[in-house]
Ligand binder design. Sequence first.
Ligand code: SAH
Ligand code: SF4
Length: 422
Amino acid sequence: MNVADSERMAGLLRQIGYTLTDDADNADLILFNTCCVRATAEDKVFGQIGRFKALKRLKPSLIIGVTGCMAQKEGANLIKRAPHIDFVLGTGQNSEVARVVQSLELERRHVVDISNVSGEIPSEVFPIRNGQVSTFVPIMYGCNNFCTYCIVPYVRGRERSRQPEEIFSEVKQAVAEGFKEITLLGQNVNSYAGGMTFAELLSNVDKISGVERLRFMTSHPKDLSDELIAAIANGQHICEHIHLPVQYGSDKILRRMNRVYTVEKYLRLVEKIRDAVPNVSLTTDLIVGFPGETDEDFSETLNFLRTVKFDAAFTFIYSKRSGTPAATFENQIDDETKHRRLDELMKVQNEISLAKNSALIDSVVEVLVEGESKTDAEIFTGRTRSNKIVLFNHGSEHAGDLVNVKINQAQTWLLKGDIVNS
Ligand code: SAH
Ligand code: SF4
């Protein structure tokens, strides 16, 4: 979501004459678009902002701004802590960024505006999109779910859905720019409420000419509908991959997290999805070290992982977020236990991921070419419809091409193979 927001703010700043640079030392404006979901993200931002204090002293014309969730949460405190910041804009104020920068070009002062947490970016923004193959289109902002560990509803405000026409026109615009893969974004896409259901929206985007692949993020298990499962099963370009964060594998902790489903309900949902969409890939998010987690809860979660067999899991250590209910819960878990449990969880999941990937050896998969791999220009990287990374020796292919690759090697997080003629 932050990547998509940054692209939109870059689009607004382009309208007043700014261009992107990789060279921070020569920049006229440095914008930190921040996340505060976990404390580690916040610590990084403070480290980064601190780095530019000396530069600002050397070059007083430099404008430094902070936007995003941490700006929303901290407001003026950020400037108290780092007075070389010129402006702080909350998540509902992103669309103000160009106006604020222009006013600071004329007159220097500190600007802090976090008043409109449930606001949103106007539709006429033309984002400067990263990459050239795959891009994000937000369909809704905010979250109403209030999971007890999570700061998002407080810093992103209530759910607001964009109108379908706006979404369709943005998808067409991205396709016209050459993007092949679209990911529709929302904190919980299943509660999309723009005058049609999310399943209808997805099926309509699937029909837009030039959309080669269609993905979405994120689905809350509490309301992933049969209609959506059918849309995926019947879709043409809708990828057979669902990111379905479970967060934990014991009913006691799920209840305390306010996730409003049980392990059994989740397992039934997985079964339903797998019945309807053969070869579907399922990934998840998990949090270890939630307050009150016992060894018993934890071993239930390991068993749960062994039962579901996710293709991949993103695993996080619980981070106490002040202002959320869980921050005041008793029996907070010590760091050593959290780390030990994380290691064990990752070990179990890594074995499962490797086994799932190994099962693909000798099969031929469709890969959307993304470009050269980071480490070796001779090797190309791309993704399967199931969202697995594939490395392969390339011929005359280009980024954006769809190719068939025969898998000959599997690792925990990626596959390797050779192009075959279709
Ligand atoms: N709306 C999405 C998640 C957004 S946050 C959803 O509900 O799936 C992305 C992930 O960060 C969450 O899935 C959760 O696993 C993790 N997360 C959120 N708050 C956290 C916290 N306080 N500590 C650790 N991980 C957290
Ligand atoms: Fe956070 Fe829960 Fe909303 Fe996801 S659904 S953003 S985890 S409150």
